[in-house]
Design a protein around this ligand. Structure first.
Ligand SMILES: Cc1cc2nc3c(=O)[nH]c(=O)nc-3n(C[C@H](O)[C@H](O)[C@H](O)COP(=O)(O)OP(=O)(O)OC[C@H]3O[C@@H](n4cnc5c(N)ncnc54)[C@H](O)[C@@H]3O)c2cc1C
Length: 349
């Protein structure tokens, strides 16, 4: 394998309901930095049906080139046709690095490509870097239950591949003046040869708490004592118009559903404000919320590790402090809203 033949940083662009998945834009941001360091091109690989029109958006977010496979056979994500298209692209253009979002389809596709090529794949990466001269990708991720960070290298094979956790990297602000090159690709695939068929897409009817999209998250831990005690967390979240988060111990105790779990085996969140109440601050929890803009911790143990990871900390009993906060926010928020409305009226006058 001649490593000099392999060039460019590639991002697998995930499209859902006609929109680029946020993680793909985040990866274009991260990929741009890697490509600049390596003085090479950043490319997006766009596979789907009717997706050609999406390419210019990718230029705005940092791509120099977009390889497009646009065909009805790609209407829904399926391992086989997507894998065949991406393999075709890899054989033709030989990338040095391919990054995928660590989403269900991103993980599925990455592992299929890794075994077919074959090459190395680091899963669930949270930090990425590249050696300028050798092009060696440094893919770091928490290992052994989050107790150490492992930096994983793929020294003998190309392309080097990683899946990256959503919400960890930052998308670049879109720049409408940026343009790039669209390369239309085609691969002969016949529907009758595909072993999987999509019969129906069932959308979950229950309204999931989208903690990954909330601006404010009020998260509670085992320190809330019981399911009844945990209601205080719901009350504070409601007053603030935020979502409810929880530690794994709370989920395991059955006080709340798994969709609310923040952390390594839960969701990674980056809200504007994160309240950690009665949460000890185990590393497996902290990796899921440490990039929040503002972290406020309430814990009765002054030595709780959460105080190492917060901007503001209150040492005290949650059952005394949270009701006081609820009372105060109930008074103050309507006043702030009224003031904001007045400002808005002045602006429009
Ligand atoms: C492989 C692996 C993956 C994991 N993934 C996750 C994950 O995704 N998310 C996650 O959260 N955990 C995860 N964990 C578990 C993690 O290690 C911790 O066990 C868990 O986060 C602890 O939850 P907690 O902080 O709610 O409980 P505890 O550690 O029991 O902490 C409770 C805290 O509440 C405080 N407290 C008690 N009473 C009060 C009161 N009245 N007022 C104020 N404070 C009070 C205590 O001082 C204490 O600090 C994982 C563990 C492993 C091994």
């Amino acid at each position: 394998m001649n490593f000099d033949d392999y060039r460019g940083i590639w991002i697998y662009i995930e499209v859902k309901d006609g929109h680029v998945a946020p993680v793909s834009l985040e990866l274009l941001g991260a990929g741009r930095a890697l490509a600049d360091k390596r003085k090479t091109e950043l490319a997006g690989v766009l596979i789907g049906s009717g997706v050609k029109t999406i390419a210019p958006t990718l230029f705005q977010y940092g791509a120099d080139v977009v390889y497009v496979y646009d065909d009805p056979i790609f209407e829904h994500y399926r391992t086989e046709p997507y894998m065949r298209a991406l393999l075709d692209c890899c054989h033709k253009h030989k990338p040095e690095v391919i990054l995928y979002g660590a989403t269900p389809s991103g993980k599925d596709l990455a592992s299929a490509i890794a075994t077919d090529l074959p090459t190395g794949l680091t899963a669930d990466t949270t930090i990425l870097d590249i050696e300028e001269d050798t092009g060696l990708l440094l893919a770091s991720r928490p290992a052994f239950g989050g107790n150490i960070m492992a930096t994983i290298l793929c020294k003998k094979y190309r392309p080097q591949m990683a899946t990256v956790r959503p919400k960890v990297m930052k998308a670049l602000p879109p720049d409408p003046s940026r343009t790039g090159k669209i390369v239309e690709e085609h691969i002969e695939l016949r529907e009758e040869e595909m072993r999987t068929k999509v019969l129906e897409i069932v959308r979950e009817a229950t309204k999931k708490a989208r903690i990954d999209e909330a601006d404010i998250i009020v998260a509670g831990g085992k320190g809330m004592g019981s399911k009844e005690g945990f209601q205080l967390i719901h009350q504070l979240a409601e007053v603030l118009g935020g979502a409810v988060g929880a530690s794994r111990d709370v989920v395991e105790a059955g006080w709340i559903d798994h969709h609310h779990q923040v952390g390594q085996t839960g969701v990674t969140v980056t809200p504007k404000i994160y309240f950690a109440i009665g949460i000890s601050g185990a590393i497996q929890h902290v990796v899921g919320m440490q990039n929040s803009d503002l972290i406020i911790a309430i814990n009765k143990d002054p030595n709780a590790p959460i105080f190492q990871s917060c901007h503001y900390g209150i040492v005290g009993d949650a059952f005394e402090i949270v009701p006081l906060l609820i009372e105060r926010f109930k008074e103050e928020i309507p006043k702030l809203k009224a003031a904001a409305d007045v400002k808005e009226e002045i602006r429009h006058a």
